[in-house]
Unconditional design. Structure first.
Length: 73
């Protein structure tokens, strides 16, 4: 199984080609169509680390913030 498939299989949520995975209190996000684009957020949506441009960050943060409740236990 390739790495992208593994990330998708283990994601807590997938929206529009982005895999969202909980990492303790933080969120790892990977663009499944371009695995060089990733984002690491705290649970409030603050960027910790990224390889995305500002436009993509804005889009992905909106996806997360609108749907974060789906990732709560």
């Amino acid at each position: 199984m390739n790495n992208i498939q593994s990330v998708a299989d283990n994601a807590d949520m997938i929206i529009n080609g982005y895999a969202f995975t909980k990492d303790n209190e933080n969120i790892r996000i990977l663009n499944l169509n371009n695995n060089k684009k990733s984002l690491y957020l705290n649970k409030d949506g603050k960027v910790i680390n990224t390889s995305m441009d500002d436009i993509e960050i804005g889009i992905v943060k909106q996806y997360y913030l609108k749907n974060a409740i789906l990732m709560e236990e």
